[in-house]
Design a protein around this ligand. Structure first.
Ligand SMILES: Cc1ncc(COP(=O)(O)OP(=O)(O)O)c(N)n1
Ligand SMILES: Cc1ncsc1CCOP(=O)(O)O
Ligand SMILES: [Mg+2]
Length: 294
């Protein structure tokens, strides 16, 4: 619920209705209709004007995000594409945000995924939803799409465009990089990563070409090797496993199926968030008591 009493779902409905009002289309040289570009601009402009100070800071007006702020946004990270969802992705994302998701990554890939204008429009809608809820919106792999919808950032992996090239293209927006080893992690940070996505931690069915399962131990090992950057664990994470991931020193959990395949996406997100917050609180009280014993 927003400060003015409107729910995220009500705002989503308005945005969807806005996009449904069709006018004759005129294409620009990039293959996007002028109508499409103007719609995105007006949605985004409205959000920037109405956005919180936090949103403005995170879209690059005040410089790179701090590690402390990044850690907060990593607490409950939803990775989502239309093919992952049992229902309308707009509904799934709005429910996840109501349940406490702090960051949404738009990962529209694989057989049956949206392309062209439909992909751009869905990205614009999800960005608007996230910002209305005070969450961040990040695009997977596609820098051009991220810039077109004025996303808060981009997530890339070891097989994608080089991190330093992406950093140069996105300016001060957030850059997330997938890593497993300390060498990959150090290189990503050196090239401008704001956070690392580490996984798969557990077996996953959501990514066919996932790397070998690492187990939560990989997180402890990276921390022991001096990797202090914000980290989110990903791959096979459920509410029952979230505390184990955070106790192994991730700052949060990233999930696809635990939310997108749930019968109640809001309830699933709320349960995950509760587990993450509980584990973060017990890790910080454990380190405080270790400090007082020293
Ligand atoms: C938060 C987060 N961590 C890791 C990944 C995986 O990225 P990548 O290895 O590039 O694989 P694809 O997602 O592009 O298939 C991620 N997307 N998000
Ligand atoms: C995108 C990605 N990267 C590593 S595992 C994974 C898929 C995570 O999906 P799920 O949470 O359903 O296991
Ligand atoms: Mg990738």
């Amino acid at each position: 619920m927003n400060e003015d009493g409107t729910s995220v779902e009500a705002i989503a409905g308005e945005i969807v209705r806005g996009y449904m009002r069709e006018e004759p289309r005129e294409k620009d040289g990039m293959g996007k209709s002028k109508q499409e570009v103007n719609k995105l601009k007006s949605v985004n402009q409205g959000l920037i004007d109405n956005g919180t100070e936090e949103n403005r800071e995170c879209v690059g007006i005040h410089g790179r995000i701090s590690s402390d702020r990044m850690r907060e946004y990593l607490q409950l990270y939803l990775v989502v594409g239309s093919v992952d969802c049992k229902e309308d992705p707009v509904k799934v994302v709005s429910e996840a945000l109501e349940g406490g998701a702090t960051l949404v990554q738009f990962r529209e890939k694989g057989p049956g995924s949206l392309t062209g204008e439909a992909r751009l429009e869905l990205a614009g809608r999800l960005r608007a939803l996230c910002h209305s809820a005070g969450a961040l919106f990040i695009v997977n792999d596609d820098v051009e799409l991220a810039l077109a919808v004025d996303a808060d950032g981009v997530h890339i992996g070891q097989e994608d465009e080089a991190a330093d090239c992406v950093r140069a293209r996105i300016g001060e927006r957030i850059l997330g990089v997938s890593a497993i080893t300390a060498c990959e992690a150090r290189s990503a940070i050196h090239q401008g990563a704001d956070y690392l996505g580490i996984g798969p931690i557990y077996p996953t069915s959501s990514k066919k070409d996932a790397r070998a399962v690492q187990g939560p131990q990989v997180l402890k090992t990276l921390r022991a090797q001096g990797i202090a950057a914000p980290i989110v664990g990903i791959g096979g994470i459920t509410a029952a496993r979230a505390a184990e991931v955070v106790s192994a020193r991730a700052d949060g959990v990233a999930v696809i199926s635990a939310i997108t395949q749930a019968d109640d996406a809001q309830g699933a997100a709320a349960t995950l968030k509760r587990e993450v917050l509980r584990a973060l609180a017990s890790s910080s009280s454990a380190s405080a008591s270790q400090g007082s014993e020293a």
